[in-house]
Design a protein around this ligand. Structure first.
Ligand code: FE2
Length: 85
């Protein structure tokens, strides 16, 4: 795969993963605030794990001489009832 295509793919994953990870973080904070500490921690840890991958993807984009972009995130509903979840 050429560098340009690699950079595009890495950016695509970095953007999508950042969006998903942030949803996990917010969801985890909501669950923790509701007293579901373990569930909240699980979601927040998932955020941390995913952002670790985003960090690697960004580093690789920079290694390849690409320009890192912050692209917009879509709005998504959050779950307020963990039992539904
Ligand atoms: Fe996830």
């Amino acid at each position: 795969m050429d560098a340009k295509k690699s950079i595009e793919a890495l950016q695509y994953f970095a953007t999508g993963l950042t969006e998903g990870a942030l949803v996990h973080k917010l969801q985890g904070q909501i669950f923790k605030a509701q007293g579901f500490s373990k569930l909240g921690e699980k979601y927040i840890n998932h955020f941390n794990e995913e952002m670790g991958w985003v960090e690697k993807f960004v580093e690789r984009i920079i290694d390849l001489g690409g320009e890192v972009k912050f692209e917009g995130a879509k709005s998504r509903p959050l779950i307020s009832n963990p039992v539904e979840c």
